[in-house]
Write a protein that binds this ligand. Structure first.
Ligand code: PLP
Length: 374
């Protein structure tokens, strides 16, 4: 149960909890996704600090694995990885905000043009300062970002605005890809294919992680996965072909043998009806061990499952260690680990692996192992 000593450490020196990020697994997942296509081409989405795992380490690893195109959500997230990825194409998904044009130029970043106003803004900027590449996103059923159908019609009636700059990618985003049977998947695929015919021929991308697994019709010229790179299951009902990237271990701070009847934690939410061995471990909701895991989560002491008892508090979580009489103060338990991955924890928390990853706190010692090269 002791953490091994290899790897690169960051984060607080005396942290009682350890987040291990397996970069080789990220690279393997990247190669696995590429291998599912005929074209072998995939970008990587590394928004929200690389899904919480550290954008710089993740970007470096994916570059070594062969990835050349990256997307973030925010402009600042893209700037943050520019030094790490001097040669890469880096796009910003959230769209071009007026006033940011020069920043895109300065860092050689690609805006994603999400409405007609943004297309015109970029065209005007490029006529003034010289042409710079951008991507175009049109909406096919999300009603979120991207040119809505009326704006697509207006654009396609007069494509001359696109003469002002090189169009690098055309994209759309799937709403229901993790539900393969959902009718919207095919509808969006058809709307996307139809939209592409009206636009200049440039590389097209539609598939997020789950979209990759819908089949080759959804692959177009390049994939655009995020969560699958980090071990997120593409489909909750099927075996997960992706490798786990994250292991989260927290120290046992104290063990109490309690006699029934006795309650555990805030709100006296859990009541022991027989004698129990309660271990308090050093992670709570402030560390992204979500409060919704109260009385429903499971941690592992080696192979032994220990249920979370009572409410998860800010810095601490109590688990029933009655089945682990050998567990000692100072040893580590797995909150996320080989027995219990991000998908299993998400299920217990009533959420999705994306939220588990992006909630991971800043108080862990972080250890990066492996790398992008095979
Ligand atoms: C987040 C995002 C992705 C990646 O989605 P995953 O489900 O994590 O693979 C792809 N495209 C867009 C537009 C996104 O916002």
């Amino acid at each position: 149960m002791k953490a091994s000593d290899s790897g690169i450490y960051t984060g607080p020196t005396h942290a009682p909890s350890l987040l291990t990020i397996d970069l080789s697994a990220i690279a393997d997942n990247y190669r696995l996704l590429c291998g599912l296509t005929d074209h072998g081409q995939s970008a990587a989405v590394i928004k929200a600090n690389g899904y919480g795992l550290g954008a710089i380490a993740v970007a470096q690893c994916l570059w070594e694995a062969g990835c050349r195109i990256f997307f973030t959500a925010h402009l600042d997230e893209a700037i943050a990885v520019r030094d790490t990825l001097p040669e890469a194409g880096i796009g910003v998904l959230n769209g071009l905000m007026a006033g940011d044009e020069d920043v895109y130029g300065a860092y050689r970043l690609m805006p994603t043009l999400n409405d007609l106003g943004q297309v015109r803004l970029w065209a005007a900027h490029c006529r003034d300062k010289g042409p710079l590449p951008a991507s175009l996103h049109f909406d096919t059923g999300m009603s979120r970002l991207g040119l809505p159908p009326v704006e697509m019609d207006l654009l396609c009636d007069d494509l001359s605005v696109l003469d002002a700059f090189p169009l690098r990618f055309v994209m759309s985003h799937l709403a229901c890809a993790e539900t393969p049977g959902h009718a919207l998947n095919r509808e969006q695929q058809q709307r996307f294919a139809a939209g592409l015919k009206r636009l200049p021929e440039v590389p097209a991308m539609l598939a997020n992680s789950s979209g990759v697994f819908l089949g080759k019709d959804w692959h177009f010229d390049m994939l655009r996965p995020g969560v699958a790179l980090f071990g997120g299951a593409p489909n909750a009902d099927k075996p997960n072909p992706l490798k786990q990237v994250v292991r989260l271990q927290a120290k046992i701070l104290q063990i109490q043998e309690i006699d029934a009847p006795q309650t555990v934690g805030y709100g006296a939410f859990f009541k022991a009806t027989e004698p129990r061995r309660i271990a308090t471990v050093a992670a709570g909701y402030a560390d992204g061990y979500l409060r919704s895991l109260s009385d429903s989560g499971t941690v592992y002491y080696g192979d032994v499952a220990l249920p979370v008892v009572g409410r998860v508090s800010m810095d601490l979580t109590a688990v029933d260690a009655t089945d682990a009489p050998m567990a000692q103060v100072g040893e580590m338990v797995d909150l996320i680990g080989p027995k219990h991955d991000i998908n299993a924890v998400a299920k217990e928390a009533g959420t999705i692996p994306y939220e588990i990853l992006t909630s991971l706190g800043a108080r862990y010692k972080r250890r990066y192992i492996g790398g992008g090269r095979p």
